[in-house]
Design a protein around this ligand. Structure first.
Ligand code: TXA
Ligand code: MG
Length: 310
C-alpha cells in the first residue's frame, strides 16, 4: 500500500512534467502522457514510432471529466452503466471547446476514450487533473505488453518509469465501438459483441472490411511477433512452435498451451505472453490449432489472423 502511494506520486510527478510513463490496465499496458499537452502527446508517437495519423485512446476516471471534452449520448450512457470501468472504448464526437491536444487525435472531430478499471491507474487518474492519452505500450505493429517486464524488453531504458500493476487480467485490447452515428464495432476486444448487442437491444455486425478502413492503425501487419504464423493446424513440425487451445496428454517441447481446459478468457489472458515466449525461444515459425470462433475466441482469432499476415 505504502509502495503503491509512492509509486503513484512518482508517476504523477513525471506526467506533470510532460513525460511518458508505462501504466497498467486490465487489457494491456499503456504508454501514457497528458492528453491536454502537445509536448507530452508527441512523445508517445516518437517513442512508439507510430504514424501521426493514427489517433490515440484517452483514459478518464469519471463521466464528469469526459463531458469536458466529448458529447455523450443515450447509447453511451447505457453501455457505460453496464461495462465501465472496463475494456470498452467509445468513439465519440469531440466538443469544440475541448482541451484535448490535436496531436492526440490528429485534429479529427472524434475521440476514442475509455475508463480503465485497474485500481492503480484509477488512483493515478484521481491524482491528476487531466486525462491520459495511452496507446498500448509496444513499438508500432508489435505485440502489446501485458506486464512491466514486457515493456522493459520492448523499450529498454527509454521509458522513465513504469507503474507496476502485475499482469493484465484480460490480456487483449479493449473492444472499440463508434457511437458517432449508428453504433459500429471498429475493433474486437475484451468485451464480446453479443453482450453489447444485449444492452443496446440491437444486432451490430462486425465486418472486417470496415475495420481496416475505419481504424487506420489496424494495418495488416499488427500484433506481430515477426515470425510466420499458420492457423487452424492439426499437426506441427517438431521445429516449429505449436500453440494449442488446451493441454494435451502427450507433451512435446514445442507445445504451448493457451489453457488447461479450453476456457477462452484464460486463452485471451495468455495469448500475448505465449507469443513473446515463442519469440524469445527463437522459433522460426508458429503453427496454431483451431480456436473456437465464439465469444473471446473471435478476438483471439482476429489477433492471430492479423499477426499471421505479412
Ligand atoms: O485496451 C486498450 O484499448 C489499450 C489500453 C492501453 O487502453 N489501448 C490501445 O490503444 O489498444 P492503441 O493505440 O494501441 O489502439 C487504439 C486504436 C487504434 O487502432 C486507433 O486507430 C483507434 O483506436 N482510434 C483512436 N482514435 C480513433 C478515432 N477517433 N476513430 C476511430 N478509431 C480511433
Ligand atoms: Mg496497439
Amino acid at each position: 500500500m505504502k509502495k503503491d502511494l509512492s509509486n503513484i506520486k512518482k508517476a504523477k510527478y513525471l506526467l506533470d512534467k510532460n513525460q511518458c510513463i508505462g501504466i497498467p490496465t486490465e487489457t494491456v499496458y499503456g504508454l501514457a502522457a497528458n492528453a491536454y499537452s502537445d509536448t507530452a502527446s508527441l512523445k508517445i508517437f516518437k517513442l512508439k514510432k507510430r504514424p501521426k495519423n493514427n489517433p490515440l485512446i484517452v483514459h478518464y476516471l469519471k463521466i464528469q471529466d469526459l463531458e469536458q471534452d466529448c458529447i455523450i449520448n443515450h447509447n453511451f450512457k447505457k453501455l457505460f452503466k453496464e461495462f465501465c470501468p472496463g475494456p470498452l472504448t467509445f468513439v465519440l464526437k469531440l466538443k469544440k471547446d475541448s482541451k484535448i491536444s490535436k496531436i492526440v487525435n490528429n485534429g479529427k472531430d472524434t475521440l476514442a476514450i475509455r475508463f480503465p478499471s485497474h485500481y492503480l491507474t484509477r488512483k493515478l487518474l484521481k491524482s491528476i487533473n487531466y486525462p491520459l492519452a495511452a496507446p498500448s505500450a509496444n513499438v508500432y505493429s508489435q505485440i502489446s505488453p501485458v506486464s512491466k517486464k514486457d515493456i522493459q524488453d520492448e523499450f529498454g531504458g527509454k521509458i522513465k518509469f513504469i507503474l507496476d500493476g502485475g499482469s493484465s487480467q484480460i490480456g487483449l485490447e479493449s473492444t472499440i465501438i463508434s457511437l458517432v452515428k449508428q453504433p459500429k464495432i471498429l475493433r474486437l476486444g475484451g468485451i464480446e459483441i453479443k453482450k453489447i448487442n444485449k444492452v443496446l437491444k440491437t444486432k451490430i455486425n462486425y465486418y472486417k472490411k470496415n475495420y481496416n478502413i475505419r481504424v487506420p492503425g489496424q494495418a495488416k501487419l499488427h500484433y506481430s511477433p515477426g515470425i510466420p504464423i499458420k492457423l487452424n493446424v492439426n499437426k506441427a513440425y517438431p521445429n516449429e512452435a505449436f500453440i494449442l487451445i488446451q493441454k494435451r496428454k502427450f507433451f512435446d517441447k514445442n507445445h504451448f498451451y493457451l489453457t488447461k481446459k479450453r476456457n477462452l478468457k484464460e486463452a485471451g489472458k495468455n495469448l500475448y505472453s505465449i507469443l513473446r515466449k515463442i519469440k524469445k525461444k527463437k522459433y522460426k515459425s508458429i503453427a496454431v490449432e483451431k480456436i473456437p470462433n465464439i465469444g473471446l475466441g473471435q478476438t483471439i482469432n482476429d489477433r492471430l489472423i492479423k499477426a499471421s499476415k505479412k
